[in-house]
Design a protein around this ligand. Structure first.
Ligand code: PAF
Length: 287
């Protein structure tokens, strides 16, 4: 398929607000940091299947990166992102620059707190959810979409955004789309491009281990999950390229650790594969 007239990205909140008056309804927002891959494409396709107007935002959000993280090296490829988004069904592309969203003197953040953010990504990356909630809140304010779509790969992010929407009475529906995977099971991520060939070979072990845990639990649902998680951590850490940051069985709503299977459990993992930090998760259901 070829594009007859390429979309011209909207660059400022002000332009977006004035153009938005003529947009169709309902509208779906797909917030992204660019470097689009098949996972993003599925989010855009989902939006296009129900919305008249599909807005894809592309913004590498500096406030969700700590100083030692990959803000500078994060992959950026705007021209191909716009083309891919349009082919998947985007009708508008919003590409603000940092000064537009965080002008000089910016000092008001949306800071989630409590048990949902105290562990896992929230513990390992202390700025992450403050940055995510602040930028997502701003995007919701500027775009005012009927719904916004997030991938289940960032499972804690999804729950934190849902909590923000509920706590702050935001008028937006949150839709979630299952993780899209490479053929060997590796969860698609813009950061997979950082992996060298040995690391790329090792990376699918994360998902394979999650699947292995599901089988173990299906065979013995009374299994002690804390003990099982320690076994899985040891197993993954024995692979030279892999260093586990965390691996835990959690209640899929509260994200609190569970030691017994309760029918609604998610196994979450974060690991360094070489220098690249990858995350994945799997919801566990009994047969
Ligand atoms: O998941 C992401 O790509 C980002 O965290 C998001 C939601 C676009 C906010 O910057």
């Amino acid at each position: 398929m070829t594009l007859s007239s390429p979309l011209v990205p909207i660059k400022t909140p002000r332009d977006l607000r004035s153009l938005k008056k003529n947009w169709g309804n309902p509208s779906g927002l797909v917030p992204t940091m660019g470097a689009l891959h098949e996972g993003h494409i599925q989010l855009i396709r989902h939006a296009a299947s129900t919305a008249e107007e599909v807005i894809v935002s592309i913004f590498v959000n500096p406030t969700q990166f700590a100083d030692n993280e990959d803000l500078e090296s994060y992959p950026r490829n705007l021209a191909s992102d716009i083309e891919m988004a349009q082919l998947a069904g985007a009708t508008q592309i919003f590409v603000p620059n940092v000064k537009d969203l965080y002008p000089n003197g910016f000092s008001t953040y949306v800071v989630p707190c409590g048990p949902l953010v105290e562990r896992w990504e929230g513990k390992s990356r202390p700025y992450l959810f403050r940055g995510v909630c602040t930028v997502v809140f701003k995007l919701f304010q500027i775009i005012q979409p009927t719904f916004a779509i997030f991938g289940q790969k960032d499972f804690q992010q999804l729950q934190v955004v849902r909590q923000m929407v509920s706590d702050l009475d935001l008028q937006v529906e949150i839709h979630a789309i299952p993780t899209v995977r490479e053929e060997d099971g590796l969860a698609m991520s813009s950061r997979n491009t950082y992996l060298d060939s040995k690391e790329r070979k090792a990376a699918p072990l994360l998902f394979q281990t999650l699947q292995q845990a599901v089988v173990i639990i299906q065979n013995d649902p009374k299994q002690n999950l804390e003990v099982l998680s320690q076994t899985l951590i040891r197993q993954l850490n024995s692979v030279p390229q892999i260093k586990i940051d965390y691996l835990g069985f959690v209640d899929a709503e509260s994200l609190q650790p569970v030691s017994q299977f309760n029918g609604n459990v998610c196994l979450m993992v974060a690991a360094f594969v070489g220098k690249t930090r990858l995350i994945d998760n799997l919801l566990i259901q009994t047969k």
